[in-house]
Design a protein around this ligand. Structure first.
Ligand code: ZN
Length: 263
């Protein structure tokens, strides 16, 4: 099982990393986006058969050295660092998503970054700013495994900042990154909705069922009559497997004399 180190860039106290002021007087710190998206990514990866570690699980600022050390010590197979971009201090038009890798990265890391960048764009529909190479980003330079830093949109672009604040967009980013990672490792990507459906099905299936007449809180007479007449037989073990909705329906039918012919 592959182990993915997930790094939520910065901490809540990191100076400067924030949106300009929204018209409602609020701001969003970059770490709010990074942390929420990292949490969604961990869930998505676990759902898809990956092990994960968070390199900065505390709300306080975790030094870069500590983040890298955690990933290296855990012998993670890959390191993914989540950020949001900024251009200047005020609202402007710079926009889009880019992924960063170390300039001396091998071919595997390049492919890894390409798969992630491609799916991030597919899930979010933002402008593709491509893969960029850096000589000095600490977490990319000092990690022992494939490492990619994603910039998921601009804090200084009003449209993107509004997205970066929304749980929907954070989830889209996380699912895009997860699908890219699945693709790189040739693993099938499972959508979150598939899990939701399973849960709904289970809920439906878990409605209480009654296996014999004695268990029923009401409707015993009509059910016993239907058994006596050979209409209700249950399964091969004789279990009736009735829900109360079914019992009530039989009672209603009995009230309108639907069973007169067989009585
Ligand atoms: Zn950042």
């Amino acid at each position: 099982m592959k182990l993915i180190a997930v790094d939520a860039g910065h901490g809540m106290n990191t100076a400067g990393k924030r949106t300009p002021m929204f018209s409602d007087g609020t701001i969003m710190k970059e770490n709010e986006f990074n942390r929420a998206t990292a949490d969604y990514l961990v869930k998505a990866l676990n759902r898809n058969g990956f092990k994960t570690i968070l390199t900065a699980p505390d709300i306080l600022d975790t030094p870069l050295q500590k983040r890298v050390q955690r990933a290296n010590d855990a012998k993670a197979d890959a390191f993914i660092c989540i950020h949001a971009n900024a251009y200047g201090d005020d609202w402007n038009n710079a926009n889009g998503i880019e992924s960063w890798i170390y300039e001396k990265s091998n071919q595997n890391t390049i492919h890894f970054a390409e798969d992630i960048q491609k799916e991030l764009i597919a899930f979010t529909n933002r402008k593709n700013r491509g893969i960029k190479k850096s000589s000095d980003l600490y977490v990319l330079r000092t990690t022992n495994m494939m490492a990619v830093l994603v910039e998921c949109g601009f804090l200084t672009n009003l449209e993107e900042a509004t997205l970066l604040r929304s749980e929907k967009y954070r989830k889209e980013c996380a699912e895009g990154i997860c699908k890219g990672i699945c693709k790189y490792y040739n693993m099938p990507y499972k959508l979150e909705q598939q899990d939701d459906n399973t849960e709904k099905k289970e809920l439906y299936c878990c409605e209480k069922r009654y296996q014999n007449v004695n268990q029923l809180p009401y409707g015993k007479e009509v059910i016993q009559m239907l058994i006596d007449k050979g209409i209700l037989k249950g399964n091969e073990k004789g279990d009736l497997d009735l829900t109360l909705d079914m019992v009530r329906l039989f009672m209603i039918l009995d009230r309108i004399d639907a069973f007169e012919k067989i009585k």
